[in-house]
Design a protein around this ligand. Structure first.
Ligand code: PAF
Length: 280
């Protein structure tokens, strides 16, 4: 496994990995890897000859009130996990490598970035789209893998890849969960012992609505209120919305197109997101 921090070296490594038209899969991360990330690596290894994983805590996707400095980091452990998962190249650039001092060009996503997390995290998806665009230009992947837990991010990246003519195929990999249902996230480590059980209310709410949907319920308000009955147990629900899975606009009732039931909630000061996709 190669660990690369500089762009010219990355380009050389990718060029040689590509020899013979071999495919490159890309897993962008902000480090502090968990089984969700490893599922992305696994999907890439199944589909592509070489897997590149980036570790870059992108300052441009953190708001002023969001603690960039506190973002969990453990490069040693990440390196071990990548080696065990047979990642070929770990790209871990410094901030100045990605954002030189004169940097001033951003990718501005459109309407897909307005609802859900976008409504509460101004500029977040501009930061995500910008860094993903830059990483795509650096790695030039054939396929890039993103976790479904970040449903809105997946939609925005898919749109960006089409709009900006990236040749990469964008693959969304299903959310990996703890045995009790909690969606894997690097933020779960912030949950105290007393908070952890309360966090389960999120997946429980989403699963309840999903079960009702599978049993034939198509009324959007009823599905939302079934989920909300459980979500009430968290400290604060930031949003719980059933949106059209493609446009992210509020889903029409009765639900006869794929919808995504998306939630963001606080347990103490930890903000968690999760979703289930309801496909008629
Ligand atoms: O999902 C993430 O970890 C980040 O948003 C990403 C895609 C690596 C961009 O910084």
């Amino acid at each position: 496994m190669q660990i690369i921090t500089r762009l010219p070296e990355l380009r050389r490594a990718i060029r040689s990995a590509r020899k013979g038209y071999k495919s490159v899969g890309f897993v962008p991360t902000m480090g502090y890897l968990h089984h969700g990330h490893l599922a992305l690596v696994e999907a890439s290894r199944k589909q592509c000859y070489t897997t590149v994983l980036s570790i870059f805590v992108n300052p441009k996707q953190f708001g002023l009130n969001e603690d960039l400095g506190n973002h969990p980091r453990d490069f040693e452990r990440d390196g071990r996990l990548c080696r065990d998962a047979a990642v070929a190249i770990v790209f871990a650039p410094d901030v100045w490598e990605v954002y030189p001092a004169e940097f001033e060009t951003s990718v501005e996503p459109g309407e897909l970035a307005q609802p859900l997390c976008g409504a509460f995290r101004p500029g977040h998806f501009r930061g995500v789209a910008t860094v993903v665009c830059k990483l795509f230009n650096m790695v030039q992947p054939d396929v890039a893998f993103f976790g479904q837990k970040d449903f809105q991010q997946c939609a925005i990246v898919r749109r960006m890849a089409i709009d900006l003519n990236f040749p990469a195929q964008i693959v969304t990999v299903p959310t990996v969960r703890e045995p009790d249902g909690l969606a894997m996230s690097s933020r779960n480590r912030y949950l105290g012992k007393q908070e952890r059980p309360r966090a389960l209310a999120i997946s429980r709410g989403l699963f309840t609505a999903d079960a009702e949907f599978r049993a034939g319920e198509r009324d959007v308000a009823k599905l939302i209120s079934s989920a909300m009955r459980h979500l009430k147990e968290v400290d604060r629900v930031q949003y719980l919305e059933l949106v059209d899975a493609d446009t992210l606009k509020p889903a029409a009732s009765p639900l006869n197109r794929p919808g995504a039931l998306c939630a963001a909630a606080y347990i103490g000061s930890t903000r968690l997101i999760d979703n289930v996709v309801l496909t008629p």
